[in-house]
Ligand binder design. Structure first.
Ligand SMILES: Cc1cc2nc3c(=O)[nH]c(=O)nc-3n(C[C@H](O)[C@H](O)[C@H](O)COP(=O)(O)OP(=O)(O)OC[C@H]3O[C@@H](n4cnc5c(N)ncnc54)[C@H](O)[C@@H]3O)c2cc1C
Length: 448
């Protein structure tokens, strides 16, 4: 059986690994447009050690991901964060995030807000921004909620659907409506908090987040070594067509493939599926992409850097260009042990392409200036030893209103073409565990 996998990001590499595991005789060609594997996972070799410049953590509360990494022989590479907490910067000052709540949405409305009961049909969707603004007012959205969501999704609360980006909250709203109880935001948040407390007492305690001691390269290199596939770099695939009972790939690979997995961003999948599943294209094209840029900086001294894991910046904060800082060496003890300070500045949210396109010198200056304004830490004086600037054009899908329904509609059209699957963060969800699970499920469907 011959497989073509388009894209050597996490989704494509996981799919190749799973196919090989199920059928070691399978011939697998992975076709990657870029000159390296890993996609949005990218570990760069700083002199002080490997440093992630894309994803930098994963949700370790997801036991399936930890089991997968253990299967790959990476259990000893997993490391946990320090107890340092993040803060947010709003109104020119640093603030602690409120305790409890869901994604910064507290379980009690702010003073003066009404949070009156509203109509809710189970399964419906609404933007997080619209929901929280209506029930709790604007301020909490523009400061706490959007800064937290922006750090994860590169989009503000107004551009994110509650069902895809805060699924536990959507489920709680559904449950209130199904039970015939008054649906309010505070009741739904309290229900999520209660579920979280119950889960704490029933499951073993594990850290919420973890990462790899040697960076994500440990993961993508382990996958590449263990899956027995041929990786073709610099292979930009431009079309997939039917070829007898199989498929022909334009722009890489040779001959006919029995099965094809597209592990590329949704708009690219739309283009590649234009002949095979034209009706999927409008759904795939509806999934917008948010671009961002990350500036990784290593300083000789950490003196004066706050003892926090990072800072998230409120939307439209005057005089600040960055949307977030991760104080990596404060967040991760294994990075602190290298000495000095490691800081990542992130720029850009959905609709703000300008930040990701800023001139490299301007980006670094903005990172240093914003860091000084927000924390008082003078990076120039601390000795800027190393810098790496990475632009992530179309880095993250925007999980907008009705995203889940859009993905289902696209998948239904693709399912009508036997032998083809389309996977990735746009379909499975933003985080590394979700992308892995999505790729695994697709391989199981494909292999029957
Ligand atoms: C800055 C940033 C920080 C993040 N931080 C975290 C984090 O801390 N924790 C977390 O869990 N997640 C994080 N994420 C999200 C996570 O990294 C991604 O969801 C995940 O890596 C996406 O994997 P993927 O395989 O779906 O897509 P991608 O990584 O985008 O892979 C797609 C691949 O397809 C290739 N490709 C595209 N078009 C073609 C073509 N026509 N022909 C051939 N190849 C093609 C691309 O070059 C790419 O290699 C972050 C993402 C970004 C951008």
């Amino acid at each position: 059986m011959r497989f073509a996998i388009i894209g050597a990001g996490l989704a494509g590499l996981t799919a190749a690994y799973e196919i090989h595991k199920a059928d070691p005789t399978a011939q697998i060609d992975v076709l990657e447009a870029g000159e390296r594997i890993g996609g949005k996972l990218f570990t760069v070799p700083f002199a002080s050690g490997p440093t992630d410049i894309g994803a930098e953590a994963f949700l370790a509360a997801r036991s399936d991901a930890v089991e997968f990494f253990t299967e790959l022989g990476l259990a000893d590479s997993l490391v946990s964060p320090s107890a340092a907490k993040s803060q947010y910067f709003a109104g020119g000052a640093l603030h602690a995030f409120p305790a409890g709540g869901v994604m910064g949405i507290p379980s009690n409305p702010p003073a003066g807000a009404q949070d009156t009961a509203f109509d809710w049909t189970p399964g419906q969707d609404i933007s997080v921004g619209a929901l929280v603004r209506r029930q709790y007012g604007d301020e909490i959205v523009d400061t706490v909620v959007s800064s937290l969501l922006g750090g994860v999704y590169s989009s503000t609360a107004d551009d994110l659907g509650v069902r895809a980006s805060v699924p536990a909250l959507a489920a709680a709203l559904d449950q209130l409506a199904e039970a015939g109880e008054p649906v309010t935001l505070s009741a739904a948040v309290k229900a999520v908090e209660a579920q979280r407390e119950a889960a704490k007492t029933t499951s073993e305690t594990r850290p919420v987040f973890q990462t790899f001691k040697g960076g994500y390269a440990e993961l993508y290199e382990a996958l590449a070594e263990q899956y027995g596939a041929d990786i073709h770099l610099d292979s930009f695939v431009s079309a997939i067509t039917k070829d007898g009972e199989g498929f022909a790939i334009k722009g890489g690979g040779e001959g006919t493939y029995d099965k094809v997995i597209l592990a590329v961003p949704a708009p690219t999948a739309a283009v590649l599926l234009r002949d095979l599943a034209p009706a999927a294209a409008p759904h795939l094209r509806a999934i917008k992409l948010a671009s961002s840029a990350v500036v990784g900086m290593r300083f000789d001294s950490s003196e004066g850097l706050p003892d926090n894991s990072g800072v998230l910046v409120a939307v439209n904060e005057p005089g600040i260009t960055a949307k977030a800082f991760t104080f990596s060496s404060k967040k991760w003890p294994h990075l602190e042990a290298r000495g000095g300070a490691l800081v990542r500045a992130s720029f850009g949210r959905l609709g703000d392409e300008a930040s990701a396109r800023m001139d490299e010198d301007l980006l670094v200056d903005a990172a240093l200036d914003d860091l000084l304004t927000i924390t008082g830490f003078d990076g120039r004086a601390a000795g800027l030893g190393e810098i790496f600037v990475q632009r992530w054009f179309g880095g993250l899908p925007a999980y907008g209103v009705d995203h889940i329904a859009t993905v289902s509609a696209a998948r239904a059209e693709i399912a009508a073409v036997p032998g083809v699957e389309a996977i990735g963060a746009w379909a499975g969800g933003v985080g590394v565990p979700a992308v892995i699970a999505d790729a695994q499920a697709a391989v199981h469907r494909l292999l029957g």
